[in-house]
Design a protein around this ligand. Structure first.
Ligand code: F6R
Length: 610
């Protein structure tokens, strides 16, 4: 979703901001823009589509800027047009604003400003901020910003310029992250919604917290709190992530990332296993064994695919560690008045570490006294800074909007955590060693699934003609079926539902006919026969069935129209190879549908709105 980049210093600010925006591209966006001050007036440029279009258009201006703010937009209020792209200005072009987040009371503010004679140019919520600052400005830029912010409801990361202050950027945050990086020797300051976009060593980085405002000049940064007092903020030198972001020989990032999974699973396991003691050891883990032994309940918070990983982990944790565990959808959790006792551990799962629903839920849990363990892929992300400790996925950047490798790494890391919690309780050394053997076998099993890509492609061609899909499974295969359905719908735009196979007869079976394809996930030995019975009920109603089953699964060919066999692995870990197979199925069906796989419609990689 939206990204902010700003720069003030000796280099050409527009060029640096465009480079910064390119590093934020992975978040997903539909338009981009930048603005700076030149000879006392704003110069700006906005384009729909790729940042390359913005760069090309800006280069025609041939002007160098000493300060600039820039933005990638993912439309919320108003269509993805150049007009609605940021920066937004007041009607007299005195104030320029780039904004991440949502102003919930923008409608009331807009009406109030209209009554005072303001004319609006766009449908966006952001434009009211520029008008408010213009309205309150009486010579002091900071005061005008502070007065404006006091009227806003919602959440924001903001970078603001005023044409009378050509050497100052004001930044502000509320719930949305904003990092400010200084290079004292060069008298330069960077601003970004993601510190990994700085990509320059040796920067002193500070993070604005909610309700803080920073006045930024090339030589200094002054930060003010919610009561307008100047505060001193600690800075840190960050280990910034440096990764290659190319598709290699793959047609799409999604396919590349699906094929990376044997390696990413190996990385997730690397140096974390103690085979001798049948247990797990995590580096830099803030929780002591005594603290972990004291945990009596686990609450998992996450969204989307990460919630699916959490739901699988909940089964694993109850199974291995016998700890009551609930996986909650983060956006629902906050409305529940949740019960969090002293011995509850909250696990927050997020690939990006920036999902606002998850972060808001974590903050709510912290307010109620919970300790937070984050499972995250991105160093320095907001979630990792909010959590008491983080277990990193080590999956490398996930560029594809569809999460694939992060999902299997999440399950891998959570399986390690479940084993550790189990070994601190009832699981014997021998049982631990047996589970480790299965874990170590995972990369090879996934390699074998990937070898089946040509067969999966053929099956995808056959099944892509159906408009509706049911993915059915039991136990670990139920959530696996939900994840498979999510993958299919988000990139192929076909209707798909993941359902517990045993629940079909309680209603949804009414939908079954020859136009609805059923994908039966038969990957758990414990529930295999019961799943088979459910597929028989489907067959009797004429639906085509693609069964995905472990090798040598009995009787399946008599029931299914087509069968895809995958290597056998224990029930607890079967979600991984079965998900890899359904990721490939979704990918190849989407190819048949001709959708834009790397940029599926309406979706963003980092979901920074609630
Ligand atoms: C689906 C997908 C989303 C994310 C969700 C949470 O393929 O990627 O459902 O899983 O938006 O994102 P993170 O894990 O970054 O918190």
């Amino acid at each position: 979703m939206c990204g902010i980049f700003g720069y003030i210093g000796p280099d050409d600010s527009a060029e640096i901001c465009i480079e910064g925006l390119k590093k934020l591209e992975y978040r997903g966006y539909d338009s981009a823009g930048l603005a700076g001050i030149h000879s006392g007036e704003f110069l700006f440029c906005k384009e729909v589509g790729k940042i390359d279009a913005l760069e090309e258009s800006w280069q025609k201006q041939k002007n160098k800027l000493s300060l600039a703010i820039a933005h990638t937009r993912w439309a919320t209020h108003g269509k993805p047009t150049a007009e609605n792209a940021h920066p937004h200005f007041d009607e007299h072009f005195n104030v320029a604003v780039v904004h991440n987040g949502i102003i919930e009371n923008h409608h009331a503010l807009r009406e109030m400003l209209k009554e005072k004679g303001h004319n609006f140019q766009t449908e966006t919520d952001t434009e009211v901020i520029a008008h408010l600052i213009y309205h309150f400005y009486e010579g002091n830029f900071l005061t005008a910003v502070q007065k404006s912010l006091s009227l806003l409801k919602g959440f924001w990361g903001l970078a603001i310029l005023h044409k009378n202050h050509p050497d100052t950027i004001i930044a502000a945050a509320n719930e949305n992250p904003l990092a400010i990086a200084q290079h004292f020797d060069r008298q330069e300051v960077y601003i970004s919604s993601d510190p990994n976009a700085f990509h320059k060593p040796d920067l002193d980085v500070l993070f604005l917290r909610s309700q803080e405002v920073a006045v930024i000049c090339s030589s200094k940064v002054d930060v003010f709190n919610h009561t307008h007092e100047r505060i001193s903020k600690p800075t840190e030198k960050l280990q910034l992530e440096k990764h290659e972001r190319s598709k290699g020989h793959f047609e799409h990032f999604m396919l590349k990332e699906i094929f990376e999974q044997p390696q990413t699973i190996r990385q997730a396991l690397h140096s974390r296993l103690s085979i001798e003691f049948g247990t797990v050891e995590f580096d830099n883990f803030a929780f002591t064994l005594e603290e972990l032994q004291g945990v009596r309940r686990i609450l998992i918070l996450a969204c989307g695919t990460s919630w699916h990983a959490g739901s699988i982990a909940a089964l694993l944790l109850e199974d291995k560690a016998r700890i009551p565990t609930q996986a909650e959808i983060a956006s629902e959790f906050r409305h529940k008045n949740p019960i969090i006792s002293e011995d509850t551990l909250v696990i927050a799962i997020s690939q990006s570490g920036e999902t606002l629903d998850t972060i808001s839920a974590v903050r709510e849990a912290k307010r109620k006294g919970a300790k937070i363990l984050a499972i995250c892929n991105v160093q320095n992300s907001t979630l990792t800074r909010e959590a008491d400790s983080t277990l990193f996925l080590r999956a490398g950047p996930e560029i594809s909007v569809c999460s694939t490798k992060a999902f299997t790494s999440q399950i891998t890391v959570l399986s390690l955590f479940a084993l550790l919690m189990g070994r601190l309780r009832h699981v014997s050394k021998e049982e631990g060693q047996a589970f480790i053997k299965e874990l170590l076998n995972l990369p090879t099993v996934v390699e074998k699934v990937l070898e089946k890509a040509p067969l999966i492609k053929r099956l995808a061609k056959k099944y892509s003609k159906y408009p509706h899909f049911f993915f059915l499974g039991r136990h670990y295969m139920f959530t696996t079926s939900q994840e498979a359905a999510l993958k299919l719908k988000e990139i192929s735009y076909l209707h798909a539902t993941g359902y517990p196979a045993g629940e079909m007869k309680h209603g949804p079976i009414a939908l079954i006919d020859e136009n609805l394809a059923v994908i039966g996930l038969c990957g758990n030995l414990k529930t295999y026969e019961k799943t088979l019975s459910n597929l028989t009920e489907v067959k009797a109603r004429g639906a085509p069935i693609l069964a995905i089953a472990f090798e040598e699964a009995p009787e399946i060919e008599e029931i299914a129209t087509d069968t895809l066999y995958l290597p056998l692995i224990c029930d607890e870990l079967a979600s991984i190879p079965f998900s890899v197979a359904t990721q490939l199925l979704a990918y190849y069906i989407a190819k048949e549908q001709g959708t834009n796989i790397d940029l599926p419609r309406n979706l963003a990689k980092s979901v920074t709105v609630e």
